[in-house]
Design a protein. Sequence first.
Length: 88
Amino acid sequence: MGVIVKLDERGRLVIPSEFRSRVGTDYMEIREEEGKLVLIPVQDPLHDLIGRVSRVKPLRDLSEAAEEEAERIVREEREESKNAHSGS
């Protein structure tokens, strides 16, 4: 069952906790499909970075690395989706 939510004055959307807890991640890819916005949960990019980023790195560097990793995951998933739909 769906829930109606309203964007705030800055265009932000609050996803109710009942949905957030079910998907198990705080990271979402958002895309438009046939005139609808679709949220797709993606794995926490920090999960894959554990052990690959030095513990002495400033938090800002870790945040940038996490964003880069999230973007890499989304690119890979898009490519896999394209390949699946094209029959490759």
